[in-house]
Design a protein around this ligand. Structure first.
Ligand code: PMP
Length: 360
């Protein structure tokens, strides 16, 4: 078996231990003589496991009792619609901080249901920084403030939590959840597509504070209605049973590897290795302001962009895959989520050194 280092932005690399455990359990899960995928979501075995996975998420992230954890479908993109439908009234404004492509998409989606109010944007600078913490004013009449702690495409990450001045604070944690400790009570809704740090695609986790429930509009699809889904333990309809199960295996792996403290140390070390090399290389550059550099998604450019394709294909031959930048921005990008080991980042740096020597 040859496993590559997969630098994909998502669906992304999963821990080998998780995949091996899933493989071991695939045909006969928990001694039931069938795969977890073949179990009814209403059956005792599955319901118990689903509850255990939720308990595990609560333990790992420190989710207090006055928050619900929902396991839904429709991805984080679906949440861009579900949020206004659950939390705003028609015609009400919603504050946004726009730091990149995913914030932009969330704003466009919210516009179908409410009135987005962009209180800060780094678009003019090409989305290479976060706004200063004191540079924006929230509208007290808005339903909530939405922001993206980590913008996956351009690798821009907040180094502070925006002060929402009492508005509910909604955070799109898709590409940074489980990457380090956070204080859940700093947020009112945390949501994340699973396919980066949590498991396979097709599952989206929404952690929502109780006092935001009960506000969904009548036209909100029931499967996205947080109140209905909370009352049904996320099983109003058939959930992504396999994704939910696999999240449990990933959480066990996180616990075995030092919890979120462990993840944070590991991820900081990995990011330091790559940024230090890029900055000192005299060949590669990262366009993001130092304070806003992501630990998870690291874009890098070379002097002659015509060599990008060659780099990406030679790297793939060397077992370093999915290094092309997002199709909208070009260049290269290494996504180094939890499951990418330090050795993978070191191997990438070695490869980048050789490439720079040959082409510099
Ligand atoms: N938000 C962010 C920050 C993302 O990175 C992504 C996906 N890459 C999305 C939202 C959309 O997620 P999904 O594909 O799960 O709908």
């Amino acid at each position: 078996m040859v496993r590559v280092y997969n630098f994909s932005a998502g669906p992304a690399m999963l821990p080998l231990e998780v995949l091996e455990r899933a493989k071991d359990e695939l045909l006969d899960w928990a001694g039931t003589g069938m795969s977890v995928m073949e179990h009814s979501h209403r059956g005792k075995a599955y319901v118990e496991r689903a509850a255990a996975v939720e308990a595990s998420l609560r333990e790992v992230m420190g989710v207090p009792d006055n928050y619900k954890c929902l396991f839904l479908q429709g991805g984080a993109y679906g949440e861009f619609a579900a949020l206004p439908l659950n939390l705003s009234a028609a015609g009400q404004s919603i504050d946004f901080i726009n730091t990149g492509d995913w914030s932009t998409k969330a704003i466009a989606e919210a516009k179908k249901y409410a009135v987005p109010n962009v209180i800060a944007s780094t678009k003019e600078g090409g989305f290479t920084d976060v706004p200063d913490a004191d540079s924006f004013t929230v509208n007290p009449d808005s339903a909530y403030l939405h922001y993206t702690p980590n913008e996956t495409i351009r690798g821009v990450e907040f180094d502070y939590i925006p002060d929402s001045k009492g508005l509910p604070l909604i955070a799109d944690f898709s590409s940074t959840i489980l990457s380090r400790p956070i204080n859940v009570t700093d947020f009112d809704v945390i949501f994340a597509g699973a396919q980066k740090n949590m498991g396979p695609s097709g599952l989206v986790t929404v952690i929502v504070k109780d006092d935001l429930l009960g506000k969904a509009r009548v036209e909100c699809p029931s499967v996205w209605d947080y109140t209905q889904q909370a009352a049904a333990d996320s099983m109003l309809n058939t959930p992504n049973t396999f994704g939910w199960y696999l999240l449990g295996l990933v959480l066990d792996w996180v616990k075995d590897n030092g919890g979120l403290e462990g993840m944070g140390q590991r991820n900081k070390a990995k990011a330091d290795v790559l940024y230090d090399y890029i900055d000192g290389s005299g060949y590669w550059t990262n366009p993001v302001a130092k304070r806003a550099r992501s630990w998870m998604n690291i874009p890098f450019l070379q002097p002659n962009a015509e060599l990008d394709k060659q780099f990406v294909s030679e790297a793939a031959k060397a077992g370093l895959t999915n290094l092309a930048g997002h199709r909208s921005v070009g260049g290269m990008r290494a996504s180094i989520y939890n499951a990418v080991p330090l050795e993978g980042v070191q191997a990438l740096v070695e490869f980048m050194k050789e490439f720079a020597q040959k082409n510099g």
